[in-house]
Design a protein. Structure first.
Length: 68
């Protein structure tokens, strides 16, 4: 499960990087530094991944218990 959590965090990091790059090309500028946005988005995606993986494991255990 650690690898999946790391994957979720990496996805969040990449998404934030893409957003920051796109915003830097336009007229909109935000007050947060680039690295804070990357860290916050990576943490958000990691938390979202933790929730999703926990739900996935619980659903799998419920479906397995119904077959026995």
């Amino acid at each position: 499960m650690r690898y999946r959590m790391a994957a979720w965090a990496i996805v969040g990091f990449v998404v934030a990087g893409c957003w920051a790059f796109m915003r830097s090309q336009g007229l909109c500028h935000f007050g947060l530094h680039f690295y804070w946005v990357l860290a916050a988005n990576a943490a958000t995606y990691a938390l979202l991944g933790l929730i999703m993986e926990t739900l996935r494991q619980r659903m799998r255990s419920i479906s397995n218990s119904n077959w026995t």
